[in-house]
Design a protein around this ligand. Structure first.
Ligand SMILES: [Zn+2]
Ligand SMILES: [Zn+2]
Length: 361
């Protein structure tokens, strides 16, 4: 811990009052040889922020600043940081993972995001220092440079921020499933991650079907690039649209009461269903093995992305002009509370991005 340095943040001081976030200060981990310190300019509000702040994954520690869709400028570089890649003042981003062990087979295999010793940007503990990590609702952050990403000039900060978690989380499963021109991709849930997944799928040349409970988001879905729309509240939707999709990406964060067998009917044989969100730990999926067998179905999961995938995603987003739909809001105690409440109410199209950091800290 660097007790001579203080960072300022807004976060949860008491899990019983998590919807009343407050300002606090903390001492960050000391600068290591590979550390980068970033002065933060913007941070997207991910659904995970809400789960973490509400204690859905356990009440880890307070104070807790969340936020892992971070954009800022480099203000300090450790001695061993790759100086051909990073310079003071560079605009960079940080996502949900801020370090890994760099030594295990997963890391060596470039599956760093799956490292069992990976450190989360918040709700994590820096193994080198023992300091609990704090996220991007703060004036600064220090992270390992191997998890810091240069932001292409073509991307505005407010559009780049949500890509660091929501964007890569939606993009990676499309790459894994080899989505390309003409692939029929169904995207379940039109929210923060879902709408970004639609933008990426469309840019990859896929024919996108948006899948939502009601018809409420139909116009938005077509504007986002969907060519078809399925409302699962409609009786018999699965029979009407059976065998129509190659890939189903599930971006909703609650599965209570949903019937997987029914939704799998939408897939062609050997189709793939991929889960990419992080619901509360007590959520369980139910599926009939016979359904899997008779149709050669694959059900899989996908965690955000490893460094090389995040770098590729940012390049791809810049090249294809991927612009998440965002609502910017100045960071402050009341505005964080307001945006969290509006997210709980499903009242955002489709991502809040906190800005105005210089006015708050
Ligand atoms: Zn996230
Ligand atoms: Zn590792």
């Amino acid at each position: 811990m660097d007790t001579s340095t203080t960072f300022n943040a807004i976060g949860v001081l008491d899990f019983d009052k998590w919807l009343e976030p407050k300002k606090f200060s903390y001492n960050p981990a000391s600068m290591g040889p590979l550390s980068i310190e970033i002065s933060i300019d913007a941070c997207g509000i991910c659904g995970s922020d809400i789960h973490a702040a509400a204690g859905d994954w356990g009440r880890a520690y307070t104070p807790l600043a969340v936020g892992h869709e971070i954009i800022g400028r480099i203000v300090s570089l450790g001695d061993e940081v790759d100086k051909s890649k990073f310079h003071l003042g560079d605009r960079v981003g940080v996502g949900p993972v801020c370090d890994c062990c760099h030594e295990c087979n997963r890391c060596k295999d470039h599956k760093e995001v799956n490292c069992k010793k990976g450190v989360l940007t918040y709700l994590g503990v820096d193994p080198k220092t023992g300091v609990k990590t704090q996220g991007g609702y703060a004036d600064r952050i220090r992270v390992d440079s191997r998890w810091v990403f240069k932001i292409p000039d073509a991307l505005e900060s407010k559009h780049a921020a949500p890509l660091l978690c929501g964007g890569i989380t939606g993009f990676k499963p499309l790459l894994t499933a080899k989505v390309g021109k003409g692939t029929k991709v169904g995207i379940v849930g039109i929210g923060g991650i879902g709408h970004m997944t639609m933008l990426f799928a469309k840019a990859l040349g896929a024919e996108v079907t948006a899948i939502s409970r009601s018809n409420r988001k139909k116009d938005d879905a077509f504007e986002l690039g969907a060519s078809d729309y399925i409302a699962t509240a409609e009786e018999g939707y699965e029979l009407k649209n059976a065998d129509s999709l190659d890939v189903l990406v599930v971006t909703t964060s609650s599965f209570s009461g949903s019937n997987l067998d029914k939704m799998l009917t939408l897939l062609k044989p050997a189709g793939r269903m991929i889960f990419i969100t992080a619901p509360p730990m007590d959520e369980k999926l139910t599926v009939t093995p016979m359904t899997m067998l008779m149709n050669d179905y694959v059900i899989s999961g996908s965690a955000s992305g490893s460094p090389h995938e995040i770098e590729y995603m940012l390049e791809f987003a810049a090249k294809h002009d991927i612009k998440p739909w965002v609502e910017t809001i100045d960071i402050s105690e009341p505005n964080v509370a307001k945006s969290w409440q509006r997210m709980l109410d499903g009242d955002v199209k489709y991502r809040f991005v906190l800005t105005g950091y210089d006015k708050c800290f």
